[in-house]
Design a protein around this ligand. Sequence first.
Ligand SMILES: Cc1ncc(COP(=O)(O)O)c(C=O)c1O
Length: 429
Amino acid sequence: MADYRFDTKKIKAGYSPLDNNQAISPPIYQTAAYDFKSTEHAQNLFTYKEAGYLYTRVGNPTVNYFAERVKALDGAKNAVAVGSGMAAISYTLLNLAAKGGTILASPYVYGGTIDAFDRLFPELGVSIKITDAVLEPERLEKEITDDVKGIFVESLSNPNAYLLDIDAISEAAHRHGVPVVVDNTVATPYLYRPLEHGADIVVYSATKGLTGHGNIIAGLILDNGNMSYYTKERYPQFYEPVVMLGGKAAKDIFADNFFIFRAILVYLNLLGAALSPQDAYLGIIGLETLSERVSKQSKNAAEIAAYLENSPAVEWVRHPSLDSYKFKALANKHLTNGGGGVLSFGIKGTAKQEEDFLNNIRLFHYHVNLGDARSLIVDSPNTTHSELTDEEKRLADIPANLIRISAGLEDAKDLIEDLEQAFKAAGLL
Ligand SMILES: Cc1ncc(COP(=O)(O)O)c(C=O)c1O
């Protein structure tokens, strides 16, 4: 599969009919557990002497096919699928900072992620420092002190579609022996593959454009197989014996996959956000049309962004397709397949007019998801990013009048007409 191109991999990678009674569509292994052939077999599975399935919370063939396919699309070495994007983010950061420490994080991320930074991680001994130094890697380097265990950023961000320079961030982090985690949810591997830009770990909310139909909650953790950053001094957790492994450490079992292996063994196993086989199957079907969907969504978003930029009802617009885009040079270089379906704009009116605008939208769905086949609209500061403090909103460039759009697969002209009639109904035109 490694020799095939992206669109071939999205249909074929990670699954073989030969292993599944010639079934061309991956079967849904709807089982909680798997029979042991003997006591010896049971012991071998439990001590990882033999590969095989044991219990669906920690492994299932359909879930594995899904992870293997995304792994191929991202060019990753290791992958695991989990029950949500938040589980992927939490398990990854906990695995990095299992013994405490600091994660340096971009301010340009999903509101739920910031909520976890503010509320969940400090409870678990992990402090998260949100810093806009991710825009200036030289400044970022000064913030990488000995207790920093990782850098967390979104490639293309939610809700502003900011594109960070992952190459430069990774170079800066690696000079200090620290891995970089990229949430690539908004971009999807069709638009951007962070591991090709030096990142070490990629996480996804597969709920979004990756699978694209707004019908599952799912997440993934992928890595590049380079375990050299996980030194005993900074990351002792990988070197400590694990009960289940008969006194061995995660590092002793899989020399080039102990990061994700430990995430499965400790967090997926014990916190338990497993992906269901049914949802993994829907995810696999969604992946089959990834390029076609994201390409059309990028085109629709670009048309909507161009319309909005010329509208007197709008203060500003953020989308990689626009000349006014803050990271235009980077987008021209890296987003060669399109700018993605997510854009944001500032509505020019009172809070009441903004409410009237949203209440008069007919075609877009007003809700918090993104990357769906249907077009979505939401007032992020009041919903997806409402947990942010005023200072976090300022740092993240999320003013009170921000509206986020996730363009779907409808006809762009219908979408633009819908926006136009809602602006008029709100007295903005
Ligand atoms: C960029 C990003 N990452 C992670 C998440 C969380 O994913 P999930 O809802 O699958 O837990 C979201 C959800 O909106 C998101 O937009």
